[in-house]
Design a protein. Structure first.
Length: 379
């Protein structure tokens, strides 16, 4: 079996694109490499990401583009026009589109991973160009794909309910945390606090700054508890799109001195940021999976998050969950965790156990099984 994988969104640069889908691609490739050293793989990447950068076994051939395909205005023509030509040229048996999309003229059976359908649920939170393409291409791709991989049961339900996909064609392949997300050694954490000038207690959010992450509600909730708790709110994450409302709300609430935007957090440091925080808050309105709460739990940090979309199946009973638009409920949950040491410790323990329920190896095993089904459908 010869599998071709569209890995153009695998980014090794300091950017919000280093999050989410990029981590998914990286971990699937790494664990497929552990599991399968027999079948042949062609991995198409953006320029600058080659065989050496990924460290995959010899049966994986990494093919970087000469084009800056990390840019969607370049990547879209690549996946619709160039990919079909390359698939014929390289003799692939099947093609895996890792972000919702297959080429419309795909010459081989397709497997597509769908991360979420936010562009349908919340179209107003996307740029018109991105939304239009994702909507059209996803609908066409799931119709033609032999196997569809969904990163959560919630995404599977969305595919069935919104796009009419037969449930039997959807395989749930959950995300997981990477190995370095774990509680650090106390001395390492103490040194990190000193190096960053961090207070002993603080509230943390990590995620791209974009509308559906619902940061305006978090700011409103924090304003309610800021009078009672002398803990700053630290916001980590790169600027995505349509984020002006966040800074406008910050000014309206007079929180400029209490809320600190620390920008994109480097991969190596992210577990330390989680572990240093007193509580992690993730008020997102909609997530296909919701990686940050799982990462925070794996690092031993209590989690407060929304009770919507996929977040309940990720967090389970290990965190506090409230309605995503209820700022007062978020404030109450924050007050509880910041005030009750026993609750804080209980959530920490539950979170560590919950995080172990997700494994990238399981994701890779289910992905490989889906490849086998798709390759067997080739006429």
């Amino acid at each position: 079996m010869h599998v071709a994988i569209n890995a153009h969104l695998l980014a090794h640069t300091r950017s919000f694109r280093r999050a989410g889908v990029s981590h998914y691609i990286e971990q699937v490739l790494i664990h497929l490499g552990y599991l399968d050293q027999t079948n042949q793989y062609s991995v198409y990447t953006t320029r600058g990401i080659d065989q050496q950068a990924l460290g995959l076994p010899p049966n994986f051939r990494v093919l970087p583009s000469r084009l800056p395909t990390i840019n969607p205005r370049v990547r879209i023509p690549w996946e619709q026009l160039l990919a079909p030509l390359l698939l014929r040229q390289n003799g692939a048996d099947l093609f895996h589109g890792v972000l919702n999309v297959l080429p419309l003229a795909c010459p081989v059976p397709g497997v597509v991973t769908v991360h979420d359908l936010a562009f349908i649920r919340f179209p107003q939170t996307f740029r018109a160009y991105n939304r239009t393409y994702l909507d059209f291409a996803t609908r066409m791709s799931v119709r033609r794909a032999v196997q569809i991989l969904a990163v959560s049961e919630h995404t599977k339900r969305e595919l069935v309910g919104l796009l009419g996909v037969p449930a039997e064609r959807v395989v749930v392949t959950p995300n997981a945390v990477r190995a370095h997300f774990r509680p650090p050694e106390p001395a390492t954490l103490a040194a990190f606090r000193v190096s960053k000038g961090l207070p002993e207690r603080f509230v943390l959010y990590v995620g791209t700054l974009e509308p559906r992450k619902n940061l305006t509600t978090l700011l409103s909730a924090y304003a309610e508890i800021a009078r009672r708790h002398d803990v700053p709110l630290l916001v980590g994450g790169g600027k995505g799109w349509l984020y002006d409302a966040v800074f406008q709300r910050l000014e309206e609430l007079g929180l400029r001195e209490r809320v600190h935007f620390v920008g994109y957090i480097e991969e190596e440091e992210l577990p330390l940021w989680y572990a240093a925080a007193t509580v992690f808050v993730f008020p997102s309105i909609y997530e296909g999976f919701g990686m940050p709460p799982l990462e925070a739990m794996a690092c031993g940090t209590p989690v407060i998050t929304s009770n919507s979309s996929s977040l309940p199946e990720v967090v389970g009973d290990a965190g506090l969950m409230v309605a995503p638009t209820d700022a007062s409920a978020f404030a109450t949950a924050l007050d509880q965790v910041l005030s009750d040491a026993a609750l804080h410790d209980e959530l920490r323990t539950r979170g560590l156990v919950r995080a172990q329920a997700f494994a990238w190896r399981t994701t890779a095993e289910r992905t490989l099984a889906a490849y086998a089904v798709a390759a067997g459908m080739r006429s």
